[in-house]
Ligand binder design. Sequence first.
Ligand SMILES: Nc1ncnc2c1ncn2[C@@H]1O[C@H](COP(=O)(O)OP(=O)(O)OP(=O)(O)O)[C@@H](O)[C@H]1O
Ligand SMILES: [Mg+2]
Length: 312
Amino acid sequence: MGLFTAKPKSEEIEAHERRLALPLAKPAKIRLENVSVRFDTRQGQPAALENVSLAIQPGEFVCLVGPSGCGKSTLLNIIAGLLPAGQGQVYKDDVPITKAGPDRAVIFQEAALFPWLTAVQNVEFALKSVRDKKARRAKALEQLQMVHLSRFADSYPHELSGGMRQRVAIARALALDPDVLLMDEPFAALDAQTRDVLIGEVQRIWLETRKTVIFVTHNVMEAVTLGDRVICMGARPGCIKQELDITLERPRAVEHPDTARFAQRIMANLQDEIAKIVLEESDFVEAERARGRDDDPDRVLYPHTNTMGDGI
Ligand SMILES: Nc1ncnc2c1ncn2[C@@H]1O[C@H](COP(=O)(O)OP(=O)(O)OP(=O)(O)O)[C@@H](O)[C@H]1O
Ligand SMILES: [Mg+2]
């Protein structure tokens, strides 16, 4: 479209490229090499992800942020094995990822619990491989204790708050003892206080278990509080724009001034991306108007809305 001229590479993107070029002491837990994905749409095959390369170390907590539609969930689904990479390679421990597996547990925005099972039964469901019923129950209760829900083991999902349901989902994912925990905006549907509590719990659980975590969020403060590294993605095509090592000591508080300092650096980059999307949107609307398509009664052009949730 000629609107955006090529900018010199930022320091952060150069750091990202340097990191990828480094010989690794041990295999990355997750590695993506030049991954591109295109979906068939009525507008053709726009790239949801283009040439994304990324290496995540064992035990690393990586947060992905970026404007709506930049491909965060697509990236997570590829790592989960729920979606094939159109082009490029995806590995876990140097083995190509070809399908979903219990070694990569996914937690979504809405806790997908079985409504007819109690909290402990929902967790037990993930433990089907444990044949002994007593051992299975004991393990499920242990996981519920990890998320401070022992007292609600026999409650059904509808008797729990949104935050509690999400904690059951975390307990269920942990019960699988996955190598990698993939979290797609797990706290987006929660109120601010509940979210802060859960950020604290996820931090504590990570410090105890040192799982490799990939965590998608729109909330930059959340990303900085949790991540060893925050990766900022850009849209159209989805790509990595910036990455920042968060060198703050743990445990971290969401409201700490240092957290805000890191968050500001990420926000500056995100604002550019959002501005780009807004410009593209207005260009598109203009072009449609010029073609007289806004007169078409079958076609609805929605006014631009900020769908990016809090934090952006
Ligand atoms: N099944 C699909 N069919 C067609 N296009 C898709 C499909 N899934 C995703 N896309 C497109 O791919 C792009 C990336 O989508 P994705 O859901 O990964 O974005 P996201 O960064 O997770 O957005 P959000 O923050 O809103 O959740 C978007 O342009 C979206 O329209
Ligand atoms: Mg998404």
